[in-house]
Design a protein around this ligand. Structure first.
Ligand SMILES: Nc1nc2c(ncn2[C@@H]2O[C@H](COP(=O)(O)OP(=O)(O)OP(=O)(O)O)[C@@H](O)[C@H]2O)c(=O)[nH]1
Ligand SMILES: [Mg+2]
Length: 307
């Protein structure tokens, strides 16, 4: 499953503009939720694709959700995302981004508080059946609510959080000022409508400022990138740091994970330097690894499997 990031911000801060810039997708005015994929730029992928003469190149991507407006109800739609991207208005000249960030953080906190309260109401009702587990959860939620009402955050909660709470305030949060002092999202959204060549020409060799945002995001989520490098398709994939070859196989396809025999591993730069898979193997740069091999950033994997 692809990682998911939610865009949040005060009204008219540029959330949908950021969504368009990141996903290159069409949007349908304000007031609608948008979901799309943002590609993670990676120079290594292009070098690999060149080396193996790939006919198709597929970057890794994260899912992006743009939720209109704020308020507990709307923010509640973001409980499943892995991280939040905050857009702050730095273009209109009428806002102070640092103040807006505080306002937004407070909104997230209020949304979490309401969420805990609603859950407490439900669980307390269910706990009347005498179920010990539900009673314990209700007691936990009650303490948690008192903690929040004392003005403290969920991140400051010492114990374990009740299951399935999916709070907003404990998610990694990345802020982005929309405007000349940060990233000009209007410009980025317009460039996203051009072809890659035209956009590159406009930038005069510089890369999109959004590449940096997506990379910071990957860093925040502690993701690594591994590659599959075939002539038919060369592709970048993300994986959590510390995950293994079988997790990588699962990311590619569940059938590949099920039939996993072994996997060939070569470092991306060794493959590029050797000029191809066969050459890298001859140079002794390729290893055979099993299911428990911990994948490293920059590994090129070729999973051998049978189904
Ligand atoms: N000049 C300028 N205008 C911008 C910039 N970013 C966004 N806008 C404009 O500001 C308005 C609001 O932008 P949106 O991206 O729709 O903002 P939003 O946060 O999605 O707004 P809501 O979903 O209604 O809360 C639009 O008219 C944009 O064209 C920018 O960087 N510069
Ligand atoms: Mg919008």
């Amino acid at each position: 499953m692809a990682l998911e990031v939610g865009i949040v911000g005060l009204p008219s801060s540029g959330k949908t503009t950021l969504f368009r810039a990141l996903t290159h997708a069409e949007t349908h005015g304000s007031g609608k939720e948008h979901v799309g994929m943002a590609q993670i730029p990676d120079e290594r992928l292009d070098r690999l694709a060149e080396t193996v003469h790939a006919r198709k190149v597929t970057p890794a991507a994260v899912r992006v959700v743009d939720v209109p407006g704020t308020g507990p109800q709307l923010l509640g739609n973001l409980r499943q995302v892995d991280a939040l991207l905050v857009v702050l208005d730095g273009f209109s000249g009428t806002r102070v981004p640092a103040d807006d960030l505080e306002t937004l953080k407070l909104e997230l906190l209020v949304a979490d508080r309401d969420h805990v309260e609603r859950r407490l109401e439900r669980v307390a009702k269910q706990a009347k059946s005498g179920d010990a587990r539900l009673k314990a959860e209700a007691a936990d939620l009650e303490r948690l609510l008192a903690h929040l009402d004392a003005g403290r955050t969920l991140a400051e909660w010492e114990g374990e959080l009740p299951p399935e709470l999916d709070p907003l305030t404990t998610k990694p949060l990345l802020e982005l000022v929309n405007g000349a002092d940060g990233i000009d999202l209007q410009l980025e959204a317009e460039l996203a409508d051009l072809s890659l060549e035209e956009a590159a020409e406009f930038r005069g060799g510089g890369e999109s400022a959004l590449g940096e945002v997506v990379r910071r995001l990957a860093e925040t989520l502690d993701l690594i990138t591994f590659f599959t490098a075939g002539e038919k398709e060369t592709r970048a994939w993300t994986l959590g740091r510390g995950e293994t070859a079988i997790d990588a196989a699962e990311t590619i396809h569940s059938d590949i994970a099920r039939g996993f025999i072994r996997c060939e591993v070569v470092r991306w730069d060794d493959l590029v330097a050797a000029g191809g898979h066969a050459e890298a193997a001859r140079a002794g740069k390729q290893r055979l690894e099993g299911k428990t091999y911990v994948v490293e950033d920059g590994d090129v994997l070729n999973v051998r499997f049978n189904v």
